[in-house]
Write a protein of this length. Structure first.
Length: 123
């Protein structure tokens, strides 16, 4: 990402692949909890597969946030859309390490231009 940010100061993606999931929709699949607790009893290949399977459900909804999580780069999610079902969807900007202020400026600009789309019950 360092090379990318030398040419491009910001990386833009959707925040999520779908509108916001319900609070009852788990990030990981509950049927894997026992396997995760006993992960030391599995061989390396089984450990990797168990982790992958357990978290796949949630990560398929949030694939774009993982790059910032893994790289340690700052990111900001901005609420820019509300679906017909009244569920939010946003965009995410990612910047180079140490460039947090740029993200805050981008967020302030979107807000000043009235580009935030908020759910009615949060206004």
């Amino acid at each position: 990402m360092t090379a990318f940010h030398k040419k491009y100061p910001l990386y833009l993606t959707p925040t999520t692949a779908v509108t916001a999931p319900k609070n009852t929709d788990p990030a990981y699949l509950p049927q894997y909890v026992d396997k995760l607790r006993d992960i030391d009893s599995l061989n390396h290949t089984q450990q990797i597969q168990t982790i992958y399977d357990a978290w796949l459900h949630g990560l398929t909804k949030t694939p774009f946030t993982q790059l910032a999580n893994l790289s340690g780069e700052p990111a900001i999610s901005l609420p820019t859309y509300v679906s017909k079902q009244k569920m939010p969807l946003g965009i995410q900007f990612e910047a180079a390490k140490g460039n947090d202020k740029l993200l805050l400026k981008v967020g302030a600009y979107f807000q000043s231009q009235h580009k935030f789309k908020l759910l009615d019950n949060y206004r």
